[in-house]
Design a protein around this ligand. Structure first.
Ligand code: EPZ
Length: 417
């Protein structure tokens, strides 16, 4: 299995172009099924989750062409509507294929989705929303069978602002005659990006970014070319590593508005973050005063996807830091590996209490999930001596060439098979 070998202690200096967002690309790829024309996605990152999503689209009859970072999807021959168990298990995002398959084919057969070991990740809100649209749903033997022969517009409200359920329902309603109103929706930038993508194909969706989305049904969608929004979580991950290790890094293709909650927390430490001519410069002297209390929350609150990374930073901050994970039940699994590097972290329920230490020591650790794995790399870049991070397939689900990016910033990191 592949691993990263890191000799820590180097400052990070240089430039990073933020890639397109995994969590925007995945629903956008699912939405390609809705189009009768050819869709070209530019700057598509090479990630395991993206590769698996493309395999599912091919299984459904889409023709896929990959040329560098341009991915062309022709869904004119989509048929079947069956998502295999193996592929559905590979990634959580398979669940929002339900909405697009139902909208295009009128029926669907999907195995329950897989994903990170960060919580139960139920899909009740997805299914309740689809039922509110009049879709008949039968769950049997780990499969979800949907029949949309009675689909109708509706005014529905989500129990909580689920990102995936919001995206699923936007797509399920896309061709439904009349006006569908979806309330208490997620407000993440990736939802706005999906709306913009759908509308670039001729859809009539509005309200994304607010808590109410309105979908007016159209007859069909044409092809388009699209570049997904930049990845605020990948950007945040590299920003936090820069603050942790010390250095000066310039970020391009970055949207500060999407990182406001992170920036507001970091600017209470010694780092300096400023934006000029589209470039965000992060400077850090490598000293880390006490972190303010952090509670993960739905957007625009502090993102759960940066919780592990901030917990890693907290291990070397002065004093005691308190970080509470309010979105997922078990998103502190990586802490046991943090302790191998000398971190002092105690977890009580959904709260981590972190006693800052003056140094971390390299160790052999393994990634448990995508963001936890990224956090171990940050700690390895900071720690004395050598850190070996194994099971990096978790990391490569959501970060393209993390070793190459850090090496370009002066870190001593190599990927070894
Ligand atoms: C999306 O997952 C992201 N994944 C996650 O990113 C992200 O952490 C999450 O949104 C929250 O921002 C993608 O976009 C591919 P949710 P999703 O539905 O849609 C509960 C990463 O690291 N819930 O917003 O699965 C759920 O258990 C990944 O890139 C229900 O109870 O998240 C959780 O507590 C990890 N019933 C909360 O809602 C449901 O039917 C938020 O989940 C659905 C969700």
């Amino acid at each position: 299995m592949s691993k990263y070998i890191i000799n820590g202690g180097k400052r990070l200096v240089g430039q990073v172009e933020v890639p397109a967002a995994k969590n925007a690309v995945l629903p956008i790829l699912a939405a390609c099924i809705l189009s009768k024309g050819e869709v070209v996605i530019h700057k598509c990152p090479h990630l395991r989750d993206v590769d698996n999503m493309l395999k599912i689209l091919q299984d459904l009859g889409c023709k896929i062409k990959v040329e560098g970072s341009d991915v062309t999807i022709d869904s004119s021959c989509v048929s079947g509507g069956v998502v295999s168990h193996d592929l559905a298990q590979e990634l959580r995002s398979s669940i929002f294929l339900l909405g697009s398959i139902i909208a295009r084919l009128g029926k669907a057969d999907m195995a329950y989705p897989g994903g990170c070991e960060i919580g139960l990740r139920p899909i009740d809100i997805h299914l309740d929303g689809l039922k509110a649209l009049g879709i008949d749903i039968v769950e049997d033997g780990g499969h979800i069978y949907c029949d949309a022969c009675n689909i109708k517009s509706a005014d529905l409200i989500l129990d909580l602002p689920s990102v995936g359920a919001t995206e699923n329902l936007m797509m399920a309603a896309i061709f439904v005659k009349g006006k569908t109103v979806i309330r208490n929706v997620a407000r993440e930038p990736e939802i706005v990006d999906l709306q913009d993508f759908l509308n670039s194909m001729g859809a009539k969706v509005r309200g994304a970014g607010s808590s109410v989305i309105v979908v007016e049904g159209v007859a069909s969608l044409h092809g388009t070319e699209y570049t997904p929004v930049s990845d605020r979580i990948a950007a945040g991950s590299y920003i936090i590593s820069t603050v942790m290790c010390g250095g000066e890094v310039e970020f391009s293709n970055i949207i500060p508005e999407h990182l406001r909650s992170l920036i507001s927390k970091l600017c209470k430490t010694t780092c300096n973050i400023h934006m000029k001519n589209g470039i965000m410069t992060v400077r850090s002297n490598g000293r880390h005063p006490r972190l303010p209390k952090i509670d993960t929350m739905y957007y625009p609150g502090f993102p759960t996807d940066l919780q592990s990374q901030m917990t890693a930073l907290a291990t070397v901050c002065d004093g005691t830091s308190i970080i509470t994970e309010n979105i997922f039940e078990t998103r502190f699994k990586q802490i046991s590996e943090f302790r191998k590097m000398g971190a002092k972290v105690d977890v009580k329920g959904r709260t981590a209490i972190i006693e800052g230490v003056s140094r971390l020591s390299g160790a052999e650790v393994s990634a448990e999930d995508l963001r936890g794995g990224a956090s171990l790399v940050s700690m390895g870049l900071y720690a004395d001596k050598t850190t070996i991070v194994s099971d990096i397939f978790h990391i490569e689900r959501g970060y393209e060439g993390m070793d190459v990016i850090y090496a370009s910033l002066g870190a001593d990191i190599v990927r070894a098979d």
